[in-house]
Design a protein around this ligand. Sequence first.
Ligand code: NAD
Length: 715
Amino acid sequence: MSVFKYEKDANGIVTVTMDQTGPVNAMNEEYRVAMAETVDKLEQEEGLAGVVFASAKKVFFAGGDLHELLAAEPGNEAQFMDMLRQVKDKLRRLEKLPVPVVAAINGAALGGGFEICLACNYRLAWDDKSVQLGLPEVTLGLLPGGGGVVRMVNLLGLEKALPYLLEGKKVTPVEALAEGMIHEVVPSIEDLVPRAKAWILENKGNAEAAVQLWDRKGHRIPGGDASSPKLAQLLMMAPAMLRQKTRGLLPAPEKVLDCAVEAARLDLDTALEIESAGLTYLAVTPQAKNMISTFFFGLNKVNGGASRPQGIAPYTTKKVGVLGAGMMGQGIAYVSAMAGIEVILKDISEEAAARGKAYSEKLLQKRVARGRMSEEKMQQVLGLIKPTAQDSDLTGCDLIIEAVFENIELKHKITKATEGYLADNGVWGSNTSTLPITQLAEASGKPGNFIGIHFFSPVDKMPLVEIICGEQTSDETLARAFDYTRQIRKTPIVVNDSLGFFTSRTFGTYLDEGVRLLSEGAHPVQIDAMGKAIGMPVGPLAVYDEVSLELTRKAQATWKEMGVLDKWGDGSITREVINTMVEQYGRGGRHHGGGFYEYSEDGGKTIWAKLYELYYQPEVAIDEQDMKDRLLFRPVIESLKCLQTGVLRSVADGNIGSIMGIGAPVWTGGYIQFVNTYGLQRFVDRCGELAAQYGERFAAPQIAVEHASSGELFN
Ligand code: NAD
């Protein structure tokens, strides 16, 4: 029996209900067989009046089979291309049936799912927030190879289609209707199939209803084809603008643009063939492998709770205390209240706490102004945040998160003062960015309930939370912290305690290497340009200014007191530069008198002129590839060391943490996945070269040597 249920009614309308084995419908071998049989049957069907495509799953259709895409290897391109031809052929035959075909979209239709819809004459969707439409392939290093590029260009025109293809923009049914991507929305899911059938009956005798726009005589692409003067201008600029964005590191957007332009230039069938070649090219690139591995499989693993202890009942946090209403505390209060959690926001005075609450008000007002929230909902969210200076208001909190100054004595003091207000078995979380959790927990009467909950700034925008287990943190505490993080809709990675945990420690190596290059005499502009050239959002010197040289100096003083300075390697070169900058020249960073850069009122920045005098040596010429590799390999090596020593508990946590928390270039799929496609042995060899020339910090970690010799990828 087919996994596509085939039912013909008295009016001659066939409803095809897709119900593949497994939780979702996906474009795999099972789909290909079912679709082939269905199309054969429809072509033979006597008295056929129309076809409705429906889904028996919650998600209408999930898209391409990513296991299959991951398995595509150089050498089997011809086979892959052939498979795409088969898929496209069936969709083309479907849209050429002499009767109308309607997609009745009851759930998300993304990627391949939306491509099936595009091959239907009429698309109607249930107006519900679970229904998302779009072609997100580019975000996985791919392109829509089931006709998505070609049909979107023919449907919307090049200019309107490009954001969907190049950015993978997803839309709701109402938005899709406004864009012309679908034809109708229905308020109730029960009405979907009946309405689809009614539309077919209403259009009986209307021959055009069964012919796709692009198959109609005289079809013209909206906005003109690639040779129209307006588009020619856009197309002249587009590749350069795209390259500026991708820095030449992401092949997918460039390929998408190529295929889209061809779709606006060539006949449909030729354009479809070019689109298949485009996807075949991309499917075997390391970038696609990296992005699929991490953004799909890794992220699902992490969000699905792979790092959450098993067998502990899910916990819903109802009341959270946030200590410190500064930059981080106010953000934590906002995201908690947005998730419907009651928040006690405490600072040293009522005024300071109220200022912290005002931050939420500002963010919420923006949402209301943009029509994304009602005034009533805003008041409801604000009503959940109680600003206070009284410890006793914390009574009954099931979670307290402290975000006071980064000072161990202060953190110890407030732990002692307020821990007692927690509900039975309540959890204490510290948002410290560097201090070891085990040492912070020394002030606690219940170290089993003590954990690190490390947010990233700005809290409302950054999707990651790094959960840090101290030596005594219990599984139950970890499970609760994990559940809270999911409750506020963030992605939790779980790591073991260590100075700087995973993210801060790894990120620090990028900054350190940038400053080392400076002290070796490299041109400061070139250093930051090399950081961007490997795909980092900002160069190391510019980031250092943002992080603040002043704060780094203070943190180092604390580490010295704690006897952990240079625990992860010799930081003396950077320390000397920082000390010179701050002590001699008062350059503490962007918000502390300027740093490596000079900042102008209008937001612009230029290198601080004195920096050239202090460090730049024009006669020094460091090879550009070496500079790039040094900036990339340092955090990669540090991530591997974290994995080797158990700071990282899983590869997925390391990859997701590096991408979402510290801006690892997306093309790498994260700092550990990078090694898989760079080549295990090649990585070890390159580490050896860099170590010989620039120092032992580049020596390949043992775990990399072991994987290189066994050939086992990091998974
Ligand atoms: P901040 O200086 O903006 O805010 C600290 C707040 O704590 C101030 O409002 C202060 O009045 C308040 N405070 C001090 N003592 C208090 C007490 N006894 N009781 C209640 N409140 C008190 O600092 P921040 O940037 O929000 O950082 C807070 C913590 O978060 C630090 O541990 C920091 O390392 C960590 N962190 C910061 C970032 C970041 O990017 N800024 C990122 C992650 C973690």
